[in-house]
Ligand binder design. Structure first.
Ligand SMILES: [Zn+2]
Length: 426
């Protein structure tokens, strides 16, 4: 049995306590406790509250001590949309896009997702593992303690299985939790593009052949489809996701990023856990999402990197009562950041979310979209001691200082997985 730990020096502690998920005005109350303390036992929160109360707890006297020196403490970020495993960056495309090439022009020229597919198929398991481990360390440095990770740069049985098995290896060899998602239907692979009805044939292959193997090996908790112009249609998406649901997988969708296709309403119809992107949704889509339990996961890093000027209608979603979450969409083509603090800044500046709304979206609501809101996403008794400490005086300064990483300590299940200069605020 490990020794309990008493954590003090929290100028502000955002508990995010209360019913989850959060909708509408409930997003605005982060449950702040000033001069707070936390008592951690066996990786879980044994007590949380005002320091003078927690210090009187019977476990506190024999506990180890950790003084955060006046930090602001949040639940560890839950990044519910990443493409963790890839073989190479696409900085060349970024430059082409700046010179005027569109996302779809780059894809037609053999760039885009297919260039990542070529690179991943060639890459060894070990090379992919080494790159992903560096990324996971950086996630931790930015206060993230749980991520979702998608396959989708393999697009054949061997390479998709390689990616999904790597998720499992990575989950076992480092502290950040990895929730694995099968995104075999990311785009139509090159081998199927030459065939008549190639996209249908590929969806057929995924539904009948690859999905059952993924499920049998227990390699994924969710199935995702890129349902958009240039990727898969609504009927193709319905077919694969219906098969995935029948196998017991949860559902996620890339929806309405490039064009309005009806993808968001399909996500609602299929009771998907999450519909992600949503830049192109209309008023009827907003109403449908707001009435549902499908989380609207917004990815403002993508629009920033692509230089797009059509952000998702976050305010209208929140006002309609949708469950809004935020994630990075960490990937080599459209959003290379893995910084959730930067995503908070973008959510405030571009989506007009308040700092409190953005933090709730990046913690408890993201946890809900991964079906882990009973364990993570808030700092409440019984939940895992997953937290991030920031070298600021007020939580609103986290999104305010955009592009600067002020995270000084990250803890996963009561264990410090990253720290630097705790308490040295200038
Ligand atoms: Zn994505």
């Amino acid at each position: 049995l490990s020794k309990p730990l008493l954590i003090t020096g929290c100028a502000e502690l955002l508990t995010l306590r209360g019913p989850a998920p959060r909708r509408g005005r409930a997003l605005s109350d982060p449950g702040v406790i000033g001069d707070a303390a936390l008592l951690v036992s066996e990786g879980r929160i044994a007590s949380v509250g005002r320091r003078r109360d927690i210090e009187r707890h019977p476990l506190a006297r024999k506990a180890g001590k950790l003084d955060l020196g006046g930090s602001v403490v949040l639940p560890g970020f839950v990044d519910s949309h990443t493409h963790l495993v890839f073989a190479a960056t696409r900085a060349d495309e970024h430059e082409h896009r700046i010179s005027g090439a569109t996302y779809e022009e780059i894809a037609h020229a053999g760039g885009g997702i297919l260039s990542s597919v070529r690179a991943l198929r060639r890459a060894s398991f070990e090379a992919l593992e080494a790159r992903a481990l560096i990324a996971l360390r950086r996630f931790a440095e930015h206060g993230t303690t749980t991520i979702e990770a998608k396959s989708g740069y393999g697009l054949d049985a061997a390479s998709e299985l390689k990616t999904l098995r790597l998720h499992r290896t990575l989950a076992a060899e480092q502290p950040i939790n990895i929730v694995s998602t099968f995104l075999g239907a990311h785009v139509v692979p090159p081998e199927y593009r030459k065939r008549r009805n190639g996209a249908d044939a590929y969806i057929d292959f995924l539904s009948r052949k690859l999905l059952p193997r993924v499920v049998k090996e227990g390699l994924a908790e969710f199935c995702d489809v890129f349902c958009d112009r240039g990727a898969f249609t609504v009927p193709q998406t319905r077919k694969l996701l219906t098969a995935a649901r029948a196998c017991g997988l949860g559902l996620r969708m890339h929806a309405e990023q490039l064009a309005r296709t009806g993808a968001a309403q399909l996500a609602v119809e299929l009771h998907a856990a999450s519909a992600d992107h949503l830049e192109q949704i209309n008023a009827a889509d907003i109403r449908a999402i707001a009435k549902s339990d499908t989380v609207a996961t917004l990815l403002p890093g993508c629009g920033m990197h692509l230089g797009a000027h059509h952000p998702a209608p976050a305010r209208r979603l929140i006002e309609a009562g949708a469950i809004v979450a935020l994630a990075t969409d960490y990937n080599p083509g459209t959003c290379p950041t893995l910084s959730m603090p930067m995503i908070l800044s973008l959510a405030c500046a571009q989506l007009r979310m308040t700092p409190a709304e953005a933090i709730a979206a990046a913690t408890i609501n993201a946890a809900y979209s991964l079906r882990r809101h009973d364990r993570i996403g808030s700092l409440e008794v019984g939940k895992y001691a997953d937290l991030a400490a920031f070298n600021v005086a007020d939580y609103r300064e986290i999104p305010y200082y955009f592009g600067v990483n002020l995270c000084v300590l990250t803890m996963k299940r009561g264990r410090v997985i990253y720290s630097r200069g705790v308490g040295g605020r200038g």
